[in-house]
Design a binder for this molecule. Structure first.
Ligand SMILES: Cc1cc2nc3c(=O)[nH]c(=O)nc-3n(C[C@H](O)[C@H](O)[C@H](O)COP(=O)(O)O)c2cc1C
Length: 354
C-alpha cells in the first residue's frame, strides 16, 4: 500500500491545495464510517495477531499509536481511524466558542523535507457543537479505543480569562473524554503559549482539576486523566517549570510536542509563518521526551509526538521514554496505513504503565 500510495494516490492528492486534500480525506473517512462493518473488518485485518494492549493512566489502548490532535478537529470521523490501525484518537483542538481560524491558505506542504507548516488557528465548531455530535448515536458508548479530547483557548477570550474558557469546554465535553489534553502550545493563537508560564499554568490546571474532582464527587464517576501538551520551542528550564506544576498537581501525563515555531537549519519554509511539523522536528521532539523521562525517573506517562516518519523514529520516541506515540504529518507523506505499520514496529518497544 505504501508504494501504491506514494506513486499513485499521493501525486493526485498533492495536485490539490493542502487543506482541500485534507477535506477530501475527511470526506472519504466519512464514507468509510457509513459502511459500518467494513471498519471492523479493516480493523481486524490491520491488527497484528500478537498485539498486546498498553495500559496507561488508567486506560487500555489496543496499540500505542494514536492520531494527533488537529486532524479530526470536530470529532467527525474518529471511529473510522481504527480501520487504519490506530490505537486511539485525540480530537480537537476544540475551543469554547466556534471560530473560523485564520484566512486560507493556512496549511502548506514542504515535500522535500516531508514536513508541513500550518497556521490554522483553531478552526472548529466549538465545544457545544462537538459535544452534540459526540452525544449522537452509539459511537462513543461502543467505542473500541480511547478517545482523547484536546481543548484550547478561544481567540476572542483574553488571556486572563483563559481558565473560564477552558472550564466551559471541559464542562461541555467531560462526558465524552477518556482523557483531556490541555493545549497551551499551539503557535497560531496569539498569547496562548504564555499559558505555559509557571504561575499561569498552575492556575489554569488547578482550576480544571478542581472542576473534575467536583464532577467526579457529584456524579460518582472516576476522575478524568488530564495531560498537558507542550511546545518543542520551550527551553529545558521552562520544561522544568512545567514538570514541577504537572507533578505537584498529580496530573496524568504530558504530551510532547506540538508544532515548532523555530526552523531547523536547511528548512525552506517559503516564508510561510506557522508551526512546523513532520520529519524535521523528530529529533527535537524525541529529545524533549527523553529529557522529561529522565527528569521524572520514567514515572510520568508521556505521549511522544513530532516527526515520527518510520519505524526507527517511532522506536526512538518509545526508547526515549514515551509510553504512547501520536502521528499526523507523516500520514500525509506515507499514506493511510502508516499508523498500522508503526504499530507493528512498536510491538517490540513496549513499556507498561498501570
Ligand atoms: C494541520 C495541522 C493542524 C494541527 N492542529 C492541532 C490542534 O488543533 N491542536 C493540537 O494540539 N495540535 C495540532 N497540531 C499538531 C499535531 O497534533 C502534532 O503535535 C504535530 O503536528 C507534530 O506531530 P507530526 O510531526 O507527526 O505532525 C496540528 C498539526 C497539523 C499538521
Amino acid at each position: 500500500m505504501g508504494v501504491l500510495y506514494e506513486n499513485v494516490v499521493r501525486p493526485v492528492l498533492f495536485r490539490s491545495e493542502a487543506e482541500r486534500a485534507h477535506e477530501r480525506a475527511i470526506g472519504w473517512l466519512k464514507l468509510l464510517l457509513k459502511t459500518g462493518p467494513l471498519v471492523d473488518l479493516m480493523a481486524a485485518y490491520n491488527t497484528p495477531a500478537k498485539s498486546r494492549p498498553v495500559k496507561c493512566f488508567g486506560l487500555t489502548f489496543p496499540n500505542p499509536v494514536g492520531l494527533a490532535a488537529g486532524f479530526d478537529k470536530n470529532a467527525e470521523i474518529w471511529p473510522a481511524m481504527r480501520a487504519l490501525g490506530f490505537g486511539f484518537v485525540e480530537v480537537g483542538t476544540v475551543t469554547r466558542h466556534e471560530q473560523p481560524g485564520n484566512p486560507r491558505p493556512r496549511l502548506f506542504r514542504l515535500p522535500e523535507s516531508e514536513a508541513l507548516i500550518n497556521r490554522m488557528g483553531f478552526n472548529n465548531e466549538g465545544a457545544e457543537a462537538v459535544a452534540k455530535r459526540l452525544s449522537r448515536g452509539n459511537a462513543f458508548k461502543h467505542r473500541k479505543f480511547p478517545l482523547g479530547v484536546n481543548i484550547g483557548k478561544s481567540k476572542v477570550t483574553p488571556l486572563d480569562q483563559a481558565a473560564e474558557d477552558y472550564l466551559g469546554s471541559y464542562h461541555e465535553l467531560a462526558d465524552f473524554a477518556d482523557y483531556f489534553a490541555i493545549n497551551v502550545s499551539s503557535p497560531n493563537t496569539p498569547e496562548l503559549r504564555e499559558l505555559q508560564e509557571k504561575s499561569r499554568l498552575t492556575d489554569l490546571l488547578s482550576q480544571l482539576l478542581h472542576a473534575d474532582a467536583e464532577r467526579a464527587r457529584k456524579l460518582g464517576v472516576p476522575r478524568i486523566p488530564f495531560l498537558v501538551k507542550i511546545a518543542p520551542d520551550l527551553s529545558y528550564r521552562q520544561v522544568d517549570d512545567v514538570l514541577e506544576t504537572v507533578l505537584s498537581l498529580g496530573m496524568a501525563g504530558i504530551i510532547a510536542t506540538n508544532t515548532m515555531v523555530a526552523r531547523p537549519e536547511g528548512i525552506d519554509d517559503r516564508g510561510e509563518k506557522g508551526g512546523l511539523s513532520g520529519k524535521p522536528i523528530a529529533g527535537r521532539s524525541a529529545d524533549m521526551v527523553k529529557y522529561i523521562s529522565l527528569a521524572t525517573n520514567g514515572k510520568l506517562p508521556i505521549i511522544g509526538v513530532g516527526g515520527i516518519h518510520d519505524a526507527r523514529s517511532a522506536g526512538r520516541m518509545l526508547d526515549s521514554g514515551a509510553s504512547l506515540v501520536q502521528i499526523y504529518s507523516s500520514m500525509v507523506y506515507r499514506g493511510p496505513f502508516f499508523a498500522r505499520d508503526v504499530a507493528r514496529a512498536a510491538l517490540w518497544h513496549r513499556a507498561e504503565w498501570v
